[in-house]
Design a protein around this ligand. Structure first.
Ligand code: GLA
Length: 392
């Protein structure tokens, strides 16, 4: 039995114990990483994410009480609330209510639900445990009522949960990655038109490793919004100066003049967006050519751009990346996700993983005084709904 199957079985059992019935539907979503293409989703750019073999599982069933009864085995916490109105301030409860209500918003259905959540995706580490929760619930509701949502509807519904219930004006990178990934593949996602290109991934002589800096991303939400607003402002000024510029994708070498007219802070933000989109395209070429060195260089350039132009890194992670350069076997790496702490993604020569981790952890402990946790990755299929019948 795989760890995913074990998680599903355990969640089903917990549901039966809790509610004395079988769940109608069980859905499972993986967490995600992002190889490259950071802070470009809400700027209609390009990213290269992948789902990873850590999962969140939701077992759910309708009830007649017009209540949402939820139990999180991960947090060992539960709630029971009116199905329409949530007055609980706990974040996970907001995600559950938000996901249910956004899914049913455009339908004539309203109902109460019993549900159990169980997850082995580490929380708050930048690998999208919350997007996995949203996706699992929206997929389940879609199945229960046969709402015929397309993948894009599901992704948009999850984004509305972030916007309307959590107050984060995020893009759709996380949810798209959790839903659309394919095993042993990575994909290029174009947020301009949601076009997807899957790349078979068969590089055998390298390893991807995530390192958790254990720096809490405290300012993450407010600084994230600051960047979203700066980008809106930059685009407004760019289109004012040249009405052919309707998105950052319309910028090229010929529009360099317009970029240079922006206030210097906004120039830096735009430089990151334009250069990061180019790096995604170059990464695709590097992977196709199996050019490991080029892949590493692109990661490291992305880090520099996130650090200096987009200013979403932090000194502890910069120290970590700088030191990694001196470790044998490290090919490249960068801060991953929203930033201001959290996790780095690193490309390591096969066989050097243990010595890299050993050297980096010792240095980090001595220099910063913190442990750095390690996560080994393999790329898996995106989220799916599993009918309870198929499990019996
Ligand atoms: C967070 C957001 C995503 C994306 C990344 C940065 O993970 O939820 O939408 O903007 O930051 O790439």
């Amino acid at each position: 039995m795989t760890s995913k199957q074990r998680l599903v079985e355990k969640t089903k059992k917990l549901f039966q114990e809790k509610y004395n019935k079988n769940p109608e539907v069980i859905s499972v979503s993986p967490g995600r990483i992002n190889i490259i293409g950071e802070h470009v989703d809400y700027n209609l750019g390009l990213s290269m994410p992948a789902a990873i073999d850590k999962y969140l599982c939701v077992a759910i069933s309708k009830n007649k009480e017009k209540k949402i009864n939820g139990y999180s085995a991960t947090l060992n916490d539960s709630f029971s609330n009116d199905h329409l109105l949530n007055n609980d301030s706990k974040l996970w409860v907001k995600y559950v209510h938000g996901s249910i209500n956004e899914s049913l918003k455009k339908s004539n259905y309203n109902s109460g639900f019993d549900l159990v959540i169980n997850s082995n995706i580490p929380m708050g580490k930048g690998i999208s445990s919350s997007a996995a929760l949203e996706i699992s619930i929206v997929l389940s509701i879609n199945k229960i009522f046969n709402l015929k949502m397309s993948n894009n509807d599901i992704i948009k519904n999850c984004q509305s949960v972030d916007h309307n219930h959590i107050n984060i004006q995020s893009g759709v990178l996380d949810q798209s990655a959790c839903l659309l990934s394919k095993k042993d593949s990575i994909f290029i996602l174009d947020f301009y038109d949601m076009n997807i290109e899957h790349l078979k991934y068969n590089l055998k002589n390298i390893k991807w490793i995530l390192i958790d800096s254990n720096i809490k991303r405290e300012l993450a939400t407010s600084k994230y919004h600051e960047r979203v607003n700066e980008c809106k402002e930059a685009l407004k000024l760019l289109s004012f100066n040249n009405n052919e510029i309707k998105s950052f994708r319309d910028l090229d070498i010929n529009t360099a003049k317009e970029i240079s007219l922006l206030p210097s802070k906004l120039q830096k933000r735009v430089n990151h967006i334009v250069s990061e989109n180019n790096r995604v395209i170059k990464m695709k070429e590097a992977i196709s050519k199996q050019s490991i060195k080029e892949m590493g260089d692109l990661l490291t350039k992305s880090h520099i751009s996130l650090r200096d132009d987009y200013e979403v890194s932090c000194s502890e992670i910069d120290t970590m990346i700088n030191f990694s350069k001196s470790i044998e076997g490290w090919i490249g790496g960068r801060i991953m996700g929203g930033g201001f702490g959290g996790t780095t993604i690193n490309l390591i020569k096969l066989g050097y993983e243990d010595s890299f981790i050993d050297k980096l952890s010792k240095f980090y402990k001595k220099q910063i005084g913190l442990d750095c946790d390690v996560l080994d990755l393999s790329f898996v299929d995106g989220a799916e709904t599993i009918y309870i019948n198929s499990l019996n």
